[in-house]
Design a protein around this ligand. Structure first.
Ligand code: SF4
Ligand code: SF4
Length: 355
């Protein structure tokens, strides 16, 4: 599979780099047709300013939207962030992430459709029907704009995992409870990516995240790269090689030997990012034993009481009802917690950490 990889140090210079990448993969006409309506799916974990590198940068999205619009495509920009799928929440998150600019500077629309649509996927390894965003049934295809980040649970999050945001609202945290354990959860992520089948993935790796990502627990790192490929797995393999994350630690990808690089190669980069150990718990364990067993291997998120603002977002997202709110903040049940770290992902003030 072909992967475009190039240096880019600034969002202000990104549009020609993305154009060159698309050209090197066969040109825009290889991916879109005039008159189509496409979903552009960046990463919007939650409403945070672009400078924090938690979400795909608005300048990056705008650059891609302009290229698509030049090719005669109608664009809807969409994500299902952590938490419930509500119009008021989406509006707030778009504004905080600086995504309002997308509607101001292009003809694209931000999605406010909160309906759900089941996608049947008989070839899925672990999931055969996905509770996806309703807007998917109204469009001709999906363009994937992931962000290069580390992840407390899956070690790395990029093109494959970004498609998990096509799953509807809190169903995402439900899938954490249903597909327990890193192996099974990763197989589900691959199924979702294959079911949605994005036409091309273009990764915002100008600023990435290292450490306890993908939310505010992670640390910003300048990685100065843009990647593109029609194959999400190949793109992720190239990204991991470029920043020194061992591919064997990322269960959604395998070490693909047949990648053809259309410009630079991972060997042209000497970036080494600090990546987390990741998490797992045995898939065959019933819920009441999961916490007991995994407690020997993995830590529950720990609470910084000084930082906690008692918003209860962590309890809302917990897939296993492991959190009860106390006067000091959340109390996490030792035996119910499945170590998915969804709570730490959505905490707005980084009060929950893995280590
Ligand atoms: S830990 Fe974070 S998400 Fe949970 S109540 Fe405190 S501030 Fe809110
Ligand atoms: S407490 Fe946090 S880490 Fe534990 S199951 Fe709930 S969301 Fe996941």
């Amino acid at each position: 599979m072909k992967v475009f990889l190039d240096r880019c140090s600034s969002y202000k210079k990104v549009e020609p780099v993305i154009k060159e990448g698309i050209d090197s993969l066969g040109g825009i006409k290889n991916f879109v047709k005039e008159g189509e309506t496409l979903l552009v799916k960046p990463n919007l974990l939650r409403g945070d300013s672009p400078e924090k590198a938690i979400n795909t940068h608005p300048d990056f999205i705008i650059a891609v939207v302009k290229i698509l619009e030049e090719a005669g495509v109608n664009v809807i920009v969409v994500d299902s962030p952590g938490g419930p799928m509500k119009k008021t929440i989406l509006k707030r998150m778009y504004r905080k992430a600086g995504w309002d600019r997308i509607e101001e500077e292009t003809d694209a629309e931000l999605n406010y459709d909160t309906s759900m649509y089941p996608i049947d996927f008989p070839p899925g390894n672990v999931i055969k029907s996905i509770d996806a965003l309703g807007i998917i049934q109204d469009v001709d295809g999906v363009i994937n704009l992931p962000k290069l980040k580390t992840h407390m649970f899956t070690v790395y999050t990029g093109a494959v995992k970004n498609m998990f945001g096509c799953v509807h609202g809190l169903t995402k945290s439900g899938y954490h409870g249903q597909y327990k354990g890193l192996d099974k959860f990763s197989k589900m992520l691959v199924d979702v990516n294959d079911a949605v089948n994005p036409r091309i993935s273009i990764m915002d790796g100008i600023y990435g995240m290292e450490g306890q990502g993908p939310g505010s627990g992670g640390d910003l790192i300048k990685t100065n790269m843009v990647l593109a490929s029609s194959d999400s797995t190949s793109l992720d393999a190239a990204a991991c090689r470029s920043v020194g994350i061992p591919i064997k630690k990322v269960k959604t990808i395998k070490d693909l030997e047949d990648i053809t690089y259309t410009k630079l190669t991972p060997g042209d980069f000497d970036t080494q990012i600090n990546y987390p150990k990741g998490g797992s718990n045995p898939w065959y364990m019933p819920n009441f034993l999961t916490g007991f067993i995994s407690n020997f291997f993995l830590k529950r998120p720990t609470l910084d009481k000084q930082k906690c603002i008692k918003c209860a977002k962590c309890r809302e997202i917990c897939p296993n009802d492991a959190i009860t709110m106390k006067d000091y903040g959340p109390k996490i049940s030792w035996w119910k917690c499945i170590r998915c770290y969804c709570c730490a992902e959505v905490c707005p003030v980084d009060a929950l950490r893995k280590e």
